[in-house]
Design a protein around this ligand. Sequence first.
Ligand code: SAH
Length: 266
Amino acid sequence: MASFKGKSGTCLDISASHPRWRIDLAGKICFHFRSMQYSKYSAAGGTPREPSPSVDPKRLRRRMVREQLEARGISDPAVLGAMFAVPRHLFVQEALRSQAYEDTPLPIGYGQTISQPYIVALMTQLLEVQRGMRVLEVGTGSGYQAAVLATIGCTVFTVERMRELYQITSGLLRQLGLRGIHMQRRDGTLGMPEAAPFDRIIVTAGGPEVPRPLVDQLDEGGIMLIPVGSKPRTQRLVRVRKEQGRVSSEDLGPVVFVDLVGDHGW
Ligand code: SAH
């Protein structure tokens, strides 16, 4: 998906601080909503599955964090903690669930993809997010990136243009009971002016330019990450900063994202 490399770091296991995600040894997910407990949830509209003793998502995530993230230089404890806490397998289709923790992007239907874990972690780290920040995400897709940001403690405003993905993902996010995610269906290249300004903006699809409305909606001191390229599916990851009213941008390297389609996209 992208060609970034890095050095190794250390891992912080913060599963204990995320009581909402609890995984039993049979691989079933148990969610705790306030005092109630819902178990055997199998995501994406599926029915509860038979326990499969060979699959332990928590163990797969621990390995993913160690081998795919720390080994390549992801070192922000909040990012590593969220990547360990969020059950990525619930954000992919049932048939692909066994591949959810592999080092690869996966199709989520309708020609779209969920990025590989490393890219999600890298973008989250590059975004320099902190608890309490207001983050706009353009391209909700599976909802996984939004869940990672919300688990860190950000308030996430996320927009998706495709009706089907909007319906599936908004339903999933509701079922998961994750707080702090506001999802809407619209053209994200126009941003969300009624909720602006944002401390951070993350665009998870690539277009030919940095949309002007997104620059306008970035707060002072804000950071935006966006894949930009003159050809579809061939982009450079660009980091835009707004400091004392001045806008600067840096090229962070080659990436491959699906197309950003809209008024300021393809
Ligand atoms: N962040 C996602 C990755 C989604 S792939 C995840 O974690 O799964 C990119 C998504 O951007 C696709 O779902 C696509 O439909 C959406 N998209 C493309 N152009 C868009 C636009 N102008 N506004 C909102 N969403 C857009």
